[in-house]
Design a protein around this ligand. Structure first.
Ligand SMILES: Nc1ncnc2c1ncn2[C@@H]1O[C@H](COP(=O)(O)OP(=O)(O)O)[C@@H](O)[C@H]1O
Ligand SMILES: [Mg+2]
Length: 274
């Protein structure tokens, strides 16, 4: 079994105009692990994750996914690689002119040659998982923001990607719905060995689902470690950020039992030999 991490970010620098947004970020994410990225707004979190799935090119540095430098791929190679990535956007980016059903079917129709019958089964299964199957025939504009978010998540999950990025998946959701999103992130990991990167301001969620937490301040990773390590880190800004959320070490004892990432990764590999 390979010890190569699923994702390795090396000295990633991103400059927009005269503004440096990422100052040499280093990160590694193990297969079937969940990395949670925390940090104030404008810290560069969304910019960082857009690089992971090659929606942006680094100014300098490398992003290695599955041993491949995605920042060096040409467009054809990138399109192929992107099938294995999924992203749940901050703004749920659905097509308002299509029904929710067609929104979720869209990536399957674009990127696979599956017959409509099979597409129908997969789309309805995902809409059902997210509890929005009754909204299949409506458009995103006809449902609430929380429901639209679920449809957006269903669309990201329907391709069953190996790497899933969630950019503030619970923002604007009530606490109960937020916990169902956490459950879903966990379920994708347990069922399919998916590697997840989750940006969140929700510290309850962060400390529940993370294998690793990284804190970004002004484009610099100031702390990365297990939830217990990050809680104990000797850094005033990190402590202030976590402290203001009211999460404390007692929270860690409430974490649900989790299966080992290596075990899940090995299972996923056995299922889909490459
Ligand atoms: N395409 C872009 N062009 C110029 N500046 C950008 C672009 N994308 C992000 N930025 C800037 O980079 C900084 C970090 O943004 P972002 O990654 O969205 O932060 P976060 O997700 O942590 O709130 C912000 O100041 C933002 O204005
Ligand atoms: Mg953001």
């Amino acid at each position: 079994m390979s010890d190569e991490p699923h994702v390795r970010v090396e000295r990633l620098v991103k400059v927009y105009g005269d503004r440096t947004v990422l100052h040499g970020v280093d990160l590694t994410i193990g297969r079937a692990e969940t990395l949670v990225i925390i940090g104030g707004s404008g810290a560069g979190k969304s910019t960082l994750v857009r690089h992971l799935i090659a929606l942006e090119r680094p100014t300098s540095g490398r992003i290695v996914v599955d041993g491949v430098d995605v920042s060096a791929l040409n467009d054809v190679e990138l399109n192929k690689a992107r099938r294995r990535f999924g992203m749940v956007f901050q703004k749920y980016a659905l097509f308002d002119s299509m029904t929710n059903y067609d929104n979720v079917a869209f990536p399957l129709r674009e990127q696979t040659k599956l017959p409509e019958k099979e597409i129908r089964e997969r789309v309805m299964a995902k809409l059902k998982d997210l509890g929005v199957e009754h909204a299949a025939k409506l458009t995103p504009a006809q449902i609430s923001g929380g429901m639209a978010k679920r449809v957006g998540i269903a669309r990201a999950l329907v391709m069953e990607p190996e790497l899933l990025i969630y950019d503030e998946p619970t923002s604007g959701l009530d606490p109960v719905t937020s916990r169902t999103v956490d459950d879903l992130i966990e379920e994708m990991r347990e069922k399919f060995g998916v590697t997840s990167v989750v940006i969140t301001h929700d510290m309850v969620s962060a400390f529940d689902i993370a294998d690793q937490i990284a804190m970004l301040i002004k484009g610099v990773v100031v702390a990365q470690g297990t939830p217990a390590e990050v809680l104990a880190v000797d850094h005033a800004d990190v402590q202030r950020f976590i402290g203001s959320s009211g999460v404390e070490s007692s929270r860690l004892a409430q974490r649900r039992p989790r299966r080992d990432a290596r075990e899940l990764a090995a299972l996923a590999r056995a299922r889909t030999p490459r």
